[in-house]
Structure formats: C-alpha cells, structure tokens
Design a protein around this ligand. Sequence first.
Ligand SMILES: [Zn+2]
Ligand SMILES: [Zn+2]
Length: 385
Amino acid sequence: MSSREKGARCITRGVTITCDIQSGATSFTVQPTTYKAKAYSAASEESPLASTTIARRDPTERDVQIEILFCGICHSDLHSVRNEWSEFMATNYPIVPGHEIVGRVTTVGSAVTKYKAGDLVAVGCMVDSDRSCPNCKRDLEQFCPNMTLTFNSLDKHLGGVTYGGYSESIVVDEHFVLRLPSNLNIAGVAPLLCAGITTYSPMRHWGVGKGKKVGVVGLGGLGHMAVKFGRAFGAHVAVFTTSPNKKEDAFRLGADEVVVTRNSDEMKKHAGSFDFIIDTVSANHDINAYINLLGVDGNLTLVGAPAEPLDVPAFSLIMGRRRLAGSAIGGIAETQEMLDFCGKHNVTADVEVIPIQKVNEAYERLLKSDVKYRFSIDMASLKSE
Ligand SMILES: [Zn+2]
Ligand SMILES: [Zn+2]
C-alpha cells in the first residue's frame, strides 16, 4: 500500500483495497475487480433466456478461472428460470443457470496448488461453503448451512447472486473445482456433475454392489445414470417404467430387467425382493408400491421431489425394518471419487449436444421428456453472440 490517505486505492492481484482513516484507526474494505463475460440469462420468470454480459471477479489467490466448454441442462435450471421453487428458493433476476460445468483452466491464483492453466476441470452445484461446520468437516459440503450454490445464491465476493455455467467462463475457489479423467467425452461428462453425483452418492452410501438387487424408478436424466452406475457397481439392476417402449433403451443402458409398473402381476413377482430402490420421479406417484418391493432392511431413496407430501403407511416400513431416505448431490471429495470411477469404468451421460441458441427450445423439449437423456450445451456457440 503506497498511501494511507482516506479513499486511497490500490489494485493488486485482482483486488481493490480501499483504505479509510477513521478516528485514528485504519480500516480496509476489499472489493474484487471484475471482468466481463458473455452469458445467457433470463430477465424475469416470463422471459426466455437471451444473450447478455455479466461481471465475473478477477481470480483472487485461491481462485481458478475456467473457460467453459460444455454445460449440461438440468431440470432445476428450468425450475429456477421460471421461479417454480419460489416458496423455498425464490429466483433473483437476471438469472444465469447451469451447474453441470466442464472446461479448461485459463488462469490460477498464486496460492492455487491443485490446478494449472490447460487442465480439464469441472464445477458442479456448489462453488463455496464455510469449510468449518460439522458437515463440511465430514466432506458433506452439500449440507453446509452456509453453502453457496453455483447460481442464484448470494455471491460473497461481488454481492448480488452467483451466475452459473451458461457462460463463457467462471471463477471458482480451487476447493470446489474437480479434476476430469482424460479418457472421457467431455460433452457427456457435464451431466455427471449433477445427475451423476445425485445417483452415485446414495448408491455408494447404501452399499450398492455385487449380489444386490437394485431398482431404478424413472428413466430420465437421473434414472439413466442410476442404471449405468448400478451396472458398473456390479449389482442386478431392474428399471421400473410406465411405458413398455422404454424397454429396449433400458436394456441398452445396462438394465438386467425391466418392470412395467402398470402390470400388477409383474410388480407382485418382485414383492419383498429389492435391497435398494432409487426413485428419481418428481411427479406425484404412489411410492408405497415401491416400498412393498423392498426386502428386510431394504432402502428406498428419493432423489426426485414431488410437489405434494407423500402418503406412506407406517406399517410398510415397520414390517421388514425398511428405510425411506432422501439424498442430495454429494460432497466435493465424493464427486471427485465419482469422476475417477467414471474414468475407470468409462461411464458418461447420454447427451444431445446443442448450441446455446437452442436453449429455450431445449427447455420445451425437456418438459416433454423429449431428450435422451440430457442436453449438453456446446459453449463454443456463445462466441458468435
Ligand atoms: Zn441439477
Ligand atoms: Zn459448512
């Protein structure tokens, strides 16, 4: 600091430091400097996503600056853009969604040790947490009360809200940056950062593996990943579906059997036989039908969130010591473990790659489940905006 006069400013490593002398004491306020990045944002809940420019902070000491190559489209992008979760997570506009991010490191801060320019990296649903609460200490940052989501969360650096991956670049603390295996198609890796970890985490937690019978309810973005992971873990995988025409695809993805749920005889055949069922459906449905398929100590984990409360008779759980559980994404260490596992077992999402200019159309198709099984935006398309 060359001057300590009131209001003196100096710019160092992307940080503006303002010094004030007040009643004899010196105080410092730190304001990061910023740069402009191209992005797609929605201005209100009725607006389509459109080209814009946003401010990103210049990388500070522990930051990694990433050129975004692909960003998956998650259903929560659409919910947030349209403010459909206003009761518990109101959307701040403009919103830049996207939390299935893969890219290449362009710059790192002076204290960054894990990454260097040129590395292939990923960012998922979180970009920060307090690192000090009991959940963070157990590598469960996803349950940190002070966790910062990748978009629509309070931005601790700049004020305002965080902006997600529908952008040409992002700046993230290195603790929340993940390393990509080098052997995978990166367009198909992007959805692993939300759909992948959301299904991997509970399957690992509840011991899915060889000799276990695993059920997957719903064959969409999440469900198709659950089938792939179940298979890779060596379990026997059954897919439950309402539409018989999904059978062929379920087998292609790795299912050992497909149960058409409308056929009550088929459902009865499986009563009391499953070790673990993952329910990915967010529309209202009868989960009791699936609880009854669990064996002793069987577990039904919800990763989809129906709007209406669920109707669960206690006896369905009492008889058989069954568990009804929930799960949300995974911690940073576990997400890295998942990416490494995917590299080893050659697991990626099935994606349809689109340019950013087709994102509004993709949202409409998402509502009709008209995608196999995830859209991945090629962010090179943003350069022409
Ligand atoms: Zn997501
Ligand atoms: Zn914490």
